[in-house]
Design a protein around this ligand. Structure first.
Ligand code: ZN
Length: 411
């Protein structure tokens, strides 16, 4: 999830191009291979939609109608077997009141995920272990893992961490777009506060290790990632990040760190978030004003309260604003370029896919989870075989979950 334009879920919604489908290679064999391998997206913000009144993950939606990018019918279309649903909260005040509120809302979000999974038990099930994931997928259903993006809801009282583990959280990122009490963010305008992890951050990593959670370094600053790798007893994941060699962005990893991450057994999951793929200037202040005017014109204050008609008008209005302000939008070629770069650099044991769908992710040709078979086709075209593709699509993430749980003190 990204905070910029969060209210409108507006990031890079310019031009809903259809998937690349006519290019040579792959074809039916690629589609069949895509169905055979266990596919996992390591970072989606679908819980934001799940919490929305009237929105049902069992129904088919379209980005054109409400920005949504994942539901059960489209998981079927896209051959997506499993996903990590993020318990994500905006960074709020680092005060007792702020933490208390975040804790409550974090619990609510985790419970909402569990409720949605229970409601659709014929199609979904909560995965707590690697064995769960295999069992659920073998039963023809989709496995939903739970992760936490930004440890803000845990708060300073780390004794609350087991509560989130008990609810099902199996992967945890410490920080989001601003520095917090645990770690420096890659994108805080104020610069580093801790020059890596704070003591509380190191303690959180140790406790997450004890609980058998995978530690997630996405959104952490370079120094914080170095500390995470040095502190965590099990390999670190970057659940949704990019590579700096192709775009110099603080959320993207430089080659030296990419190699250090891989050497430590870790994995980078390449994300389909346009500003990490193509250079994107910051929105001018007039953009926020124009969004306010758009909402006012539609008579709503957020997407959550909009009628279907208002939602469609909002999506169309945001697309028009993207065009008016000349916002660039990446395409699937940019995403695949980063994926292949990372693969060439560190090999198929250390790279995967974490789209950030429903949290700002989505590029032309990779609009929602139904477009996933195209990634497999591109990997085949690039020379990767089924065993490589199985690692890239899910094997690597499961290996990290397995390692974390084997090293944990509770299961
Ligand atoms: Zn994120």
């Amino acid at each position: 999830m990204t905070t910029a334009n969060l209210r409108l879920m507006a990031v890079a919604m310019l031009a809903f191009a259809t998937s690349v489908s006519a290019a040579p290679g792959g074809g039916d064999a690629a589609a069949a291979m895509h169905r055979r391998v266990l596919t996992i997206d390591s970072h989606v913000d679908t819980p934001t939609f799940v919490l929305r009144k009237g929105w049902d993950i069992g129904e088919r939606h379209r980005p054109q109608d409400d920005f949504s990018q994942l539901d059960i019918p489209r998981m079927e279309d896209g051959g997506l077997d499993a996903a990590f649903f993020a318990v994500y909260l905006d960074q709020g005040p680092l005060t007792p009141e702020g933490y208390e509120r975040a804790h409550q809302r974090g619990i609510m979000k985790a419970v909402a995920i569990r409720e949605a999974v229970l409601k659709h038990g014929d199609e979904l099930d909560l995965a707590l272990t690697v064995e769960d994931a295999h069992r659920i997928v073998a039963s023809g259903r989709h496995a939903i893992f739970m992760s936490m993006e930004n440890a803000y809801p845990v708060g300073r009282d780390l004794s609350l961490l087991p509560a989130f583990h008990a609810l099902g959280v199996r992967m945890i990122g410490l920080v989001h777009e601003q520095n917090n009490d645990f770690a420096d963010s890659a994108t805080d305008d104020a610069g580093p506060k801790w020059h890596g992890l704070s003591d509380a951050g190191r303690e959180l990593v140790r406790r997450a290790n004890d609980l058998g959670m995978v530690v997630d370094g996405s959104h952490a600053s370079d120094e914080a990632l170095d500390d995470l790798i040095a502190t965590s007893r099990t390999p670190v994941i970057l659940s949704h990040s990019g590579v700096r060699a192709l775009l110099d962005h603080p959320r993207n990893l430089d080659d030296a760190r990419l190699e250090r991450l891989a050497a430590s057994g870790g994995v980078i999951q390449i994300e389909a978030y346009s500003p990490y793929l193509v250079a994107t200037p910051r929105d001018p202040p007039e953009r926020a004003d124009a969004e306010d005017s758009l909402l006012k014109k539609l008579g709503i204050t957020s997407l959550g309260e909009a009628t279907p008609g208002q939602k469609r008008a909002l999506v169309a209005g945001v697309r028009a604003l993207d065009q008016r302000f000349g916002k660039p939008r990446a395409g699937i070629d940019d995403f695949v370029a980063q994926l292949l770069y990372a693969l060439r650099r560190v090999g198929p044991d250390h790279v995967g896919i974490g789209s950030d769908f429903d949290g700002g992710g989505g590029v032309a040709g990779l609009e929602d989870v139904s477009d996933y078979p195209e990634i497999t086709r591109r990997l085949i075209l690039a020379g990767y075989d089924e065993s490589d593709i199985a690692k890239i699509w899910g094997g690597n993430v499961l290996r990290l979950v397995e390692r974390a749980q084997a090293a944990g003190k509770s299961r």
